[in-house]
Design a protein around this ligand. Sequence first.
Ligand code: URA
Length: 202
Amino acid sequence: MQKVKQKNDKATLLSQLKADIKAKNICADLAENATNLVMGVGNPNAEVMFIGEAPGKNEDLQGEPFVGAAGKFLDEMLALVGMERKDVYISNIVKYRPPNNRDPLPDEKKAFWPYLLQEINIIRPKIIATLGRHSMEYFLPEMKISTVHGQPKRIRLGNDRVVILPLFHPAAALYNGAMRETLISDFETVPEIIELINNENK
Ligand code: URA
């Protein structure tokens, strides 16, 4: 008799993760005021995963991360390194919009952290580029973004070792000339880091 094929491809696992966040009613207060639960988008087999802080107004309405002004800047930086959204995976630590775009609260980040870990475990990127301090702090606790931005750090995440590249948040850098230049030059190191990792694994 033919065996029933088990569906455990990445797209299925990601939609199960979304259903699980809804079923567990994570951050019920945020959920109540949000239009959408904004899960990650992009290539589930990407080598690079970008993690921002939380959806803003446009992201909440469209149900997709980084679709507003910060997202446009992210797209421009991707183009600078010869990449497009379809080559990478983009997500946030907190997946509901905080009211009035306030910073996500420590409890909200803590509630979503295990789900972000599951998302990472499905994607299995080689590099996690954190965008801003809110997503950096769980991977690189005690570190200051102003000191470590642009410096790749290898960490252990569960059974995997992964490189974290801390970057400034594109929204913070958008209208700040010096920070913008720094973010762009940090971002431009992404292809070299991928190459280094791939050469190590040969
Ligand atoms: N800022 C973020 O951190 N995430 C988004 O999705 C949009 C803006």
